[in-house]
Ligand binder design. Structure first.
Ligand code: ZN
Ligand code: ZN
Length: 467
């Protein structure tokens, strides 16, 4: 017998977690965090549906916290097996999980202050820096395209998913009752039109496919349009004489933006003379991208070589990085002509809030949104046209021009998802849609039935299937 149990990312995007059980092994595919409102995040505190000490190994598709974020808790509760991921993913989780632990410890401290005053019992952080250190000691890198024997009855192989650096599609061969079943987990599938990374690998054989469905209901804008809009927004900012603020996630989006700004610079089309990367986390992530540049898309890598640029910093020579709070505050003296990239991507934390405070009320300033803005965040309010917003304990008038560029996405759109599924030569494989809101997964299931002629299923949380 061999089974797979759905423990997260079913009917929702976050909390990726699947338990594979065979006669000889218990393997966790992903151990992600649930992200969203307070109630959703409470889920992260619930007891695991399995004994962490009884898990033999973890196979991880990529570093995003909705896939990796509960790994330190797994270690805290006794898991001591290997964590398999690509070398780049291992470098990125070191950065991201340490940051997550830091935030978790800070949030808990804050929460406990409130609880003490209300006479309620204190809570423990989900995990600490120490738990992260324990977990990081369990990392075992496996390169792309190498078939790895995990146990007596499970082998797996990572294939490039082109989603963020190091991201993988997981192929797994599972032996049961004398025959082998092949499971293919898409991980998060990259957008073919995005920059820097390769296209998702086409896989041709599977008995069971788990595919993400984040954008199951629509396609993204064409990349050419987005690049053109971006260029025009920068030119408009140069004409008005103000600063340009770009709120961006530290891993992935920031590096794509740096690449594009470099492309404008190299073509003599970047009007701004200073670009600040004001985020220690994004600076560290960019260094990891540099360490693994051989994973970049061939076209962009060739472009960098042609310009004799050893990395993104050389590709964009007007880039300055600011690590310390003092360096960050010094940027506030600049009232025009600069591009400032900082996190968080949705403006609900991080240094971008300070730059917004100094620039939003200026009519000559421009803010360019390059990523998804969740409900209830300051970023969403700005995108929706708010005239004033609350920031850092005060109210700020919004006079700056707000641009929303819709074409950047690290996920495959509907057409690309269908195309990837079409690559499987067997029409007998069972397809399950995960990692998507129910309405989006259902739209995609409808398209699969219409275009490919078979029924894809949307599993329920806690459901177990036979492999
Ligand atoms: Zn992801
Ligand atoms: Zn994800």
């Amino acid at each position: 017998m061999a089974t797979l149990k759905y423990l997260g990312a079913t009917g929702q995007v976050t909390g990726s977690c699947y338990l594979i059980e065979t006669a000889h092994s218990r393997v966790l595919l992903e151990c992600g965090m649930f992200q969203g409102d307070a109630q959703t995040e409470e889920t992260n505190r619930r007891p695991f549906a399995f004994d962490p000490r009884g898990i033999d190994a973890v196979v991880l598709s990529h570093a995003h916290l909705d896939h990796s974020g509960l790994l330190p808790r797994l270690a805290r509760e006794g898991f001591r097996g290997p964590v398999f991921a690509t070398p780049a993913t291992h470098d990125l989780i070191a950065l991201m999980l340490k940051d997550a632990a830091h935030l978790e410890e800070k949030d808990t401290e804050w929460e406990n202050k409130i609880r003490r005053r209300a006479g309620r019992p204190a809570i423990e952080p989900l995990y600490t820096f120490e738990d992260v250190e324990t977990l990081l000691g369990l990392r075992q890198p496996v390169a792309y395209d190498v078939r790895y024997r995990l146990s007596e009855d499970i082998e797996f192989r990572f294939r490039d998913a082109g989603h963020i650096l190091g991201s993988a599609i997981v192929e797994a061969w599972i032996r049961r009752n004398g025959s082998t079943a092949k499971l293919v987990f898409s991980g998060d599938l990259g957008n073919k039109d995005s920059f820097l990374l390769r296209d998702p690998t086409r896989v041709e054989e599977a008995d069971v496919v788990l595919m993400e469905s984040t954008y199951g209901d629509r396609d993204h804008r064409a990349p050419g349009e987005t690049v053109e809009e971006f260029k025009q927004a920068l030119q408009a900012a140069a004409r008005s004489g103000g600063n340009v603020l770009i709120p961006a996630f530290a891993v992935g989006r920031t590096q794509e933006i740096l690449y594009l700004l470099g492309r404008f610079y190299q073509a003599g089309e970047l009007p701004q003379r200073a670009v600040f990367l004001d985020s220690p986390m994004a600076i560290a992530a960019t260094a990891i991208y540099h360490d693994h540049m051989t994973l970049f898309n061939r076209q962009e890598l060739a472009e960098l070589h042609r310009a004799d640029a050893a990395n993104l910093l050389a590709w964009l020579p007007v880039l300055r990085t600011s690590r310390t709070p003092e360096e960050s505050m010094a940027i506030n003296q600049i009232t025009g002509g600069a591009i400032i990239i900082a996190g968080s991507g949705m403006c609900n934390g991080g240094r971008i809030r300070h730059h917004l405070k100094y620039n939003l009320w200026r009519s000559e300033a421009h803010v360019i949104f390059v990523g998804f803005q969740g409900r209830g965040t300051p970023g969403r309010a700005l995108v929706d046209g708010a005239r004033r917003i609350h920031l850092l304990g005060g109210e700020v008038a919004v006079k700056a021009r707000i641009h929303t560029l819709g074409g950047f996405s690290a996920h495959a759109g509907q057409r690309q998802l269908l195309e990837w599924l079409r690559g499987f030569d067997s029409r007998h494989s069972k397809v399950y849609l995960v990692h998507g809101e129910p309405e989006k997964a259902e739209v995609l299931a409808g398209r699969i039935l219409d275009d490919l002629g078979y029924q894809a299923r949307i599993p329920r949380l806690g459901e177990t299937i036979d492999l």
